[in-house]
Design a binder for this molecule. Structure first.
Ligand SMILES: Cc1cc2nc3c(=O)[nH]c(=O)nc-3n(C[C@H](O)[C@H](O)[C@H](O)COP(=O)(O)O)c2cc1C
Ligand code: SF4
Ligand code: SF4
Length: 323
């Protein structure tokens, strides 16, 4: 959590008396936008068209990293602008049955994980068709598991611009890999939170200075690049698209948690050993099973995971983009 204003420089909007903060010489009224503190008697007010009236945290997050990163940033932005925060979690299938509408005046932190160097393939259609920005500002963020975010952030930026959002800042944050605790365990950590705070400060600074819609944020990567091909211990590509989790029946207590949290709705709640639909290898069932009963035993998958554990234990850097 971070605050962009201090008590000793807080001011109130002379017009509506509502809570206002001062940032780099500008008074920002929570209901009227920017009010120029330098104007004589505060009579001349310069409301900007992108005045923020609502912050949203919107995310897909199978194992919790993206939820944490997205809600932390969105919460900090809501505090900074002194506006409400709403959460739109589209991880579960029921949340993807309808479209989400936003409006000018909304600031949307939109978070997705990196899968094979891009956005999760099975979610792509919904990201492209299920969100209507209608001129809202957006901060795309991706998480990645210590290998690389490759092209996922570029793809997310392109999707959101295509949805009618204006992207004004973006970031990629390294987090524990869904496949293994050997990569980035404990992340996002306090250093990652400091990077998130930096991104938040830059976004607020940009918005309060804004007098017209910004050019799309420029990020690393290529939205149209192909997916990363997972390699194995032998350096050869490994294909495990058809792999599905197994269930250790000696451990399973038939609680149904795995079925209720599968983002694809693919686990049969009446027999959790059955994966009846597509499996995206998200590891929600593995990570959320209270008994540690879910596991993958596909040899190609295990070889890829072992390669990651051998080659990608160094600390990957977060990266933020603000222009
Ligand atoms: C199917 C799959 C593919 C992944 N591919 C990558 C990748 O290409 N690069 C990377 O650094 N991390 C990769 N990861 C790790 C995730 O990006 C990382 O764990 C992310 O924070 C998970 O987000 P979540 O906790 O919100 O589900 C992958 C994870 C999964 C499940
Ligand atoms: S979450 Fe684990 S214990 Fe519960 S039903 Fe699924 S496999 Fe069994
Ligand atoms: S069955 Fe596959 S898609 Fe469903 S939660 Fe498990 S890993 Fe994810």
């Amino acid at each position: 959590m971070f605050h962009l204003f201090r008590k000793d420089i807080e001011k109130h909007c002379a017009y509506c008396k509502s809570g206002s903060v001062i940032n780099e010489g500008q008074v920002i009224c929570s209901s009227r936008g920017v009010v120029d503190s330098a104007a004589p008697n505060n009579k001349e007010r310069r409301p900007i068209p992108m005045n923020v009236s609502q912050v949203y945290a919107v995310y897909f997050s199978a194992t919790g990293n993206t939820r944490k990163v997205t809600t932390t940033l969105a919460n900090a932005l809501a505090v900074s602008f002194d506006v409400p925060l709403e959460v739109r979690d589209f991880t579960l299938p029921a949340a993807r049955e309808e479209a989400y509408e936003f409006a000018a005046g909304d600031l949307v932190v939109f978070g997705m994980p990196t899968y094979a160097g891009k956005l999760p393939n099975k979610l792509l259609d919904f990201v492209k068709s299920g969100f209507h920005g209608n001129g809202a500002l957006a901060v795309p963020v991706v998480t990645f598991g210590n290998r690389s975010f490759d092209n996922s952030l570029a793809e997310l930026c392109a999707c959101l611009e295509g949805d009618g959002f204006h992207t004004i800042g973006a970031g990629a944050f390294a987090c524990r890999h869904a496949f293994t605790d050997a990569l980035a365990n404990g992340r996002p950590d306090s250093d990652d939170m400091a990077e998130l705070a930096k991104l938040g400060s830059a976004v607020v600074g940009r918005i309060v200075r804004m007098t017209e819609y910004p050019a799309p944020v420029t990020v690393d990567g290529d939205a149209d690049a192909p997916y990363y091909r997972p390699l194995g211990l032998d350096g050869e590509p490994k294909v495990f698209l058809k792999a599905k989790p197994k269930t250790d029946l000696d451990k399973c207590i038939h609680c149904g948690v795995c079925a209720s949290l599968c983002p694809m709705g693919s686990i049969n709640p009446d027999d959790v050993t059955e994966v009846v639909g597509v499996c995206i290898k998200c590891h929600s069932c593995v990570r959320n099973c209270p008994m540690g009963a879910k596991y993958f035993d596909d040899s190609a998958f295990l070889s890829h995971r072992a390669m990651l554990e051998r080659d990608y234990t160094r600390r990957a850097e977060d990266k933020i983009f603000t222009a």
